[in-house]
Design a protein around this ligand. Structure first.
Ligand code: GTP
Ligand code: SPV
Ligand code: MN
Length: 672
């Protein structure tokens, strides 16, 4: 019974009357006594007055409650009342804290430290096989008016551009049926974080509450977690409320699979842009649980961006410097698992070129009056990258960035304490014994799947050897070009330039790609993924297009391009383009276009490279003719299908400029 002997800690003088320190509650003490291994000991108790007037007793395990700004205390208090955790743990983002949390997870069997000396402070984690990706079908926008969230679809058409839930249903489903007591017996971690450099003019604050310590470790890598944020919130800045629970209160109904507690049948992820609030229940994985990422930095932020005149996009940010020393910054929007991380960390295969990474997944873009250009920041601080396919050949910088302070999820564990995934066959010899992502024993090269297709590494951005000097510049970097792209095995040429801004927005709106493993879709069917944002819009896609179109009316905007690294030979089925480091050849063409070089010619779908204007020196046999061809039948069908899609999915919300682009492009294709 040490807890009473320890007694309350001496508090500082500036306690408000809303805040009193009490001896730890008997309730906590009982639980602590019964299972002191599992249940941590509360340090002290406080009373917090809630918005409804109730004085709630809260046990604080770590951190100084009275140093939090009043509105943060009220926010946390409100959810302590609802979720009923054992205690509250105020995270400070420090290394000691991360070590403490990681050690606990190793003890529990969720994390495995990588013992191979190649790795420094790296861990492997395996999830419940039912919790391996974002769940788009259970992700909703919550607004009073349905059409603030999603477009008017045609009659009898199921909308694909976001899901809407009414405020009443959301309240019932989340706040009444799921969240009450869902943290019972668990600790609530409170994470103050910034998306973007702390205090920067383009940055925003968030507070995430979570009962999952894996999330604590990952948020610390992916965002800037820092207690100085409390002070900034208390002064003038607002914060986005991020509430996450795995939905598995204690005692556990059954033993978690792979030591990964989750509640896959009941997953629900809700966004309320009006209240700047995200509520996520049931999943511990990626975009479902690291709420700074897709939930905040895309869905909530895109709504804020519309209201405040900027853009929040699913884009990488990189710079390339040509042999003459001129640097260009570009943003590229590719759907999930279509090559953003790879392009962002490009190793150019043309002599004299240099590439630098600013961000690999999300860009916040705002016009900068000083430079007269659109500027971009990467709101994140780490990479949550697709593991399979990453190798020293395809993406050496990503592989290198994973060697320290990294958490791997759902990859294979080799017998010598390293990692394996599909794509590393040249580096890890066949026959090496591995434990696959499900914990089963197998061997490299035995034909079985070793890493999950959506397995990921979570690594600090500062680990990347080619991270740009300005990646943390609070003003962002000036963008010269925007690129769209997807996996298009047929018909779509390697590169083309949009005719103008409106045409470029139309190109983005018509973006399609093969389905990937980053969400619950299976197979390789071609899906529409407008602006690479289909799962991430925070508001009505028709209004989103309106906002994009209007951006160019207010400010000069960068030029827009479309690329396709994934076209396949119609005879052999093999990729026609080598991709990866050779993508610099396409970027080189784009930069020369920006310089006004006469290397493009008009085509029905945009400006395409003149023959021989893409540098293919040293590539051997490349079928450029097939790679650049624009088959009339394909495009006729494609345009008809795109028209159907936009009319069915966006209906009366489709801006007239986009309709005009559709008409014009159809006419041009008819005349091929
Ligand atoms: P998210 O993190 O899900 O948003 O994905 P991402 O867009 O960052 O995709 P990433 O760069 O991780 O690439 C996904 C897969 O595409 C990996 O398996 C890569 O190896 C593969 N890939 C990337 N670039 C190329 C390319 O130029 N050519 C080919 N053939 N494959 C590529
Ligand atoms: C994506 O799916 O685009 C990702 C992974 O970047 S997740 O964070 O899970 O959204
Ligand atoms: Mn992504």
């Amino acid at each position: 019974m040490t807890i009473y002997e320890a007694g309350p800690r001496v508090r500082s003088e500036n306690q408000s009357d809303k805040f009193r320190v009490l001896p730890p509650s008997v309730a906590i003490d009982e639980r602590t006594r019964h299972n002191s291994m599992t249940y941590p000991m509360a340090e002290y108790d406080v009373y917090q007055t809630l918005d409804d007037g109730e004085d709630l007793r809260i046990s604080v395990m770590k951190g100084e409650w009275n140093e939090l700004p009043d509105r943060a205390r009220r926010f946390i208090g409100k959810y302590v009342k609802l979720l009923n955790p054992l205690a509250v743990y105020l995270c400070d983002g420090s290394e000691d804290e991360a070590t403490e949390v990681a050690d606990k997870l190793v003890e529990r069997g969720l994390l495995f430290p990588l013992t191979n000396p190649k790795f420094e402070n790296c861990y492997l984690c395996r999830t419940d096989p039912a919790d391996v990706a974002r769940v788009e079908g259970k992700t909703f926008l919550v607004t009073n008016d349905r059409y603030d969230s999603v477009p008017h679809t045609a009659e009898d058409v199921v909308g694909e551009l976001g899901r809407w839930m009414s405020t009443e249903t959301a309240t019932k489903e989340m706040l009444r049926d799921r969240m009450p007591n869902s943290m019972k017996g668990r600790v609530m971690y409170v994470i103050p974080f910034s998306m973007g450099p702390i205090g920067g003019p383009m940055s925003k604050f968030g507070i995430q509450l979570t009962d999952y310590n894996y999330v604590v470790l990952s948020m610390r890598i992916m965002t800037r977690v820092d207690p100085c944020i409390w002070k900034k919130i208390s002064k003038d800045s607002d914060f986005v409320q991020c509430i996450h629970t795995i939905g598995v209160p204690r005692p556990l109904p059954k033993k978690p699979i792979s030591h990964w507690p989750c509640n896959p049948e009941r997953v629900l992820v809700l966004h309320e842009p009006k209240h700047k609030r995200v509520l996520s229940y049931g999943s511990g994985y990626g975009g479902n649980s690291l709420l700074g990422k897709k939930c905040f930095a895309l869905r909530i932020a895109s709504t804020l961006a519309r209201d405040e005149g900027w853009l929040a996009e699913h884009m990488l940010i990189m710079s390339i410097t040509n042999p003459a020393g001129k640097e260009y910054f570009i943003c590229a929007a590719f759907p999930s698992a279509c090559g953003k991380t790879n392009l962002a960390m490009l190793c150019p295969n043309l002599p004299g070129w240099k590439a630098r990474c600013v961000g690999d997944d999300i860009a916040w873009l705002k016009f900068n009056e000083k430079t007269g250009k659109l500027h971009a920041i990467n709101p994140e601080a780490g990479f949550f990258g697709v593991a399979p396919g990453t190798s020293s050949k395809t993406n050496p910088h990503a592989l290198d960035a994973c060697m320290k302070n990294t958490i791997f999820t759902n990859v294979g564990l080799t017998e010598d304490g390293g990692i394996f995934w599909e794509g590393l066959e040249d580096e890890i010899p066949a026959g090496t014994k591995v434990t696959n992502w499900m914990g089963e024993h197998c061997q490299v090269g035995d034909g079985s799947r070793i890493a999950h297709p959506n397995s990921r590494f979570c690594a600090p951005a500062e680990n990347c050897k080619i991270i740009h000097d300005k990646w943390q510049d609070p003003e962002g970097v000036p963008i010269d070009a925007i690129i769209f792209g997807g996996r298009r095995p047929r018909g779509v040429p390697l590169v083309f330039e949009a005719r103008d801004w409106d045409h470029g927005v139309f190109v983005g709106a018509s973006l399609k790609s093969e389905a990937t493993a980053a969400a619950e879709h299976t197979g390789k069917k071609i899906m529409h993924d407008p602006m690479a944002m289909r799962p991430f819009f925070g508001y009505n896609f028709g209004q989103y297009l309106r906002h994009w179109l209007d951006m160019n009316k207010k400010h000069p905007m960068p030029r827009i391009f479309h690329v396709n690294w994934f076209r396949k030979d119609i005879n052999t089925g093999k990729f026609l383009w080598p991709g990866f480091g050779d993508n610099i050849r396409v970027l080189d063409w784009i930069c020369r276009r920006l310089e006004g070089e006469d290397i493009a010619e008009s085509s029905p779908i945009g400006l395409i490279p003149k023959p021989n204007s893409i540098d293919t020196s040293g590539l051997g046999d490349i079928d450029m003719e097939q790679l650049m061809s624009i088959p009339k039948d394909y495009w006729k069908e494609d345009m008809e299908e795109t028209r159907m899609y936009l009319e069915n999915q966006v209906g009366i919300d489709l801006p007239r400029e986009i309709r005009k682009q559709l008409d014009q492009q159809e006419d041009r294709i008819e005349n091929i």
